[in-house]
Structures are given as structure tokens and as C-alpha cells.
Design a protein around this ligand. Structure first.
Ligand code: MG
Ligand code: MG
Length: 262
């Protein structure tokens, strides 16, 4: 069992640089994601953009994962493979991206709607993003890890959605997955204390239907048991007194999507 690695202010700034490259990569994806695009094209774009900016795609070859992005469609929750699927109106696409820059990792995920999606899927996206924000609000000194999970779970379940339990958030630093685990469920006031220097990825994976998931024979893809949609948003954040410091950002992707919809 490895220990929690508490980061210095300098290390947190390095993780911010990595996380901001992830944020910009999501912005580049937002520019091109549309009906008619193959998901493998998004993977190539991300790999090229990350390398052009001096980074290394963190997921490529991680535990044997064969791509730079995890692209999870519709009922897929996480860890889907980019491929020959041609995006079409109504698809829900969760894109998870990691970068290594100056040896430090950054990790962030965003879920895109392709054209018009159902009202239920729109609500799922909104609520999952709210779950992320509510979890981040709890990532402050003096709280415990269970406070984050409680906030995420309470909000998702209030809307009748299922919280994935088999996969969790994690510490981020010189490794992609460090201690502690950051579950999207839990009890208030339970678990380890949150302290200055902790950098964690908070990443609610929320299902429109039941919470259960299945693991595919490809060794990676995770999908919902009931075939209903799933959404995933993730930020890398530093625990602080009073207010968490969000090291990644959705600003780039939000600006691109706003522009596209005008
Ligand atoms: Mg991720
Ligand atoms: Mg992660």
C-alpha cells in the first residue's frame, strides 16, 4: 500500500501545467467533434496536439491501453476505445484525457452531446457536471474524503440516477493513479482527512438508469448493465483551505461549444 504523496506548491504548479494542456486538448476536440467524425480521428488529433505542446499522452500504453484518449459512447461508462464508429446525431461521447508534462500528470474528462440528445440525457449531463462541482466544493482542508463522495452521490440519486461504485477518482502527481481513492459515494465525515498538498482527480461517473456496470472482454471498456446512457466529468484539483484549487479547466471547451451553438 503506497502512501499519499503530499505536493509542494512547486509541484502543484507543474500539475497545473499538465492539467491545462489536458484542458486545451479538450478544447481542440470540441472544435471538431460533430456528426460524421470517426472517434479514432479525435484520438489522433489529441495525440498530435499533446506532443506538439511538449507533452506525452498519459493513457497511451498505460497498463497496455492502446490509445491516447478513452472515448466512451452512450451506454459506455469509461475506458472505451476510439475506433471506426462514425459519430451521429444523438450520440453521447465521454472523452477522458491525460497528459504527462515535466514528469507530472494531469487528468480531466468531459462528456459531449452530438447534436440533439434526449431530455433525459441532457439532464444526466447537467446533473453529472453539478455532481463534479459539488464534490469539488467539499475538497477543502478539514473535510474528509467521504464528504466528497456523499455530495456526489446525494445529488445524483436525488435525480434518480445511478452512481458507479466500481471505479473511483484518485490522487494525481508523478503517477496517474496515486493514493487516496476518491469514491463517488460515501458517508459524511468518513474516510481520510483532506489536507493541504493533496492533489486529487474527482470524477463522477453517473448512469441514467441503474448503477451497475459490466466489464468487457477487451479488458478495458466498461458499460452500464441496463444499456442506458452514462456521463463522466473530471477535474484534477488541489485541496486548499476554504476553497479547492481546480488545476484543470472546462473554459476552453465551454468557449468553443458556446461559439459553435451561436
Ligand atoms: Mg481521467
Ligand atoms: Mg482519473
Amino acid at each position: 500500500m503506497s502512501k499519499i504523496h503530499y505536493k509542494s506548491a512547486e509541484e502543484i504548479e507543474l500539475i497545473r501545467l499538465s492539467s491545462m494542456l489536458v484542458a486545451k486538448t479538450h478544447g481542440e476536440i470540441a472544435k471538431v467533434i460533430a456528426p460524421g467524425v470517426k472517434t479514432i480521428e479525435l484520438d489522433k488529433l489529441a495525440e498530435t496536439f499533446i506532443r506538439d505542446n511538449g507533452g506525452i499522452p498519459a493513457f497511451l500504453n498505460y497498463g497496455g491501453f492502446p490509445y491516447s484518449l478513452c472515448i466512451s459512447l452512450n451506454d459506455q461508462v469509461v475506458h472505451g476505445f476510439p475506433g471506426t464508429h462514425v459519430l451521429k446525431e444523438g450520440d453521447l461521447v465521454s472523452v477522458d484525457c491525460g497528459v504527462i508534462l515535466n514528469k507530472y500528470f494531469g487528468d480531466s474528462a468531459f462528456t459531449f452531446a452530438i447534436g440533439g440528445v434526449s431530455e433525459q440525457v441532457k439532464t444526466l449531463m447537467r446533473v453529472t457536471r453539478e455532481c463534479l462541482d459539488l464534490g469539488i466544493e467539499k475538497a477543502v482542508v478539514g473535510n474528509r474524503i467521504g464528504d466528497i463522495g456523499y455530495a456526489v452521490q446525494e445529488h445524483a440519486e436525488k435525480h434518480g440516477f445511478g452512481v458507479v461504485k466500481e471505479l473511483v477518482g484518485h490522487g494525481v502527481g508523478l503517477k496517474l493513479h496515486e493514493k487516496p481513492e476518491v469514491p463517488n459515494y460515501g458517508r459524511r465525515g468518513s474516510g481520510i482527512k483532506l489536507e493541504e498538498g493533496m492533489v486529487i482527480a474527482i470524477e463522477p461517473m453517473i448512469n441514467a438508469g441503474r448503477a451497475g456496470v459490466k466489464f468487457w472482454d477487451d479488458g478495458w471498456t466498461v458499460s452500464t448493465v441496463d444499456g442506458k446512457a452514462s456521463a463522466h466529468y473530471e477535474h484534477t484539483v488541489a485541496v486548499k483551505k476554504g476553497k479547492a484549487d481546480i488545476l484543470s479547466s472546462f473554459e476552453y471547451v465551454d468557449n468553443v461549444l458556446k461559439e459553435k451553438n451561436n
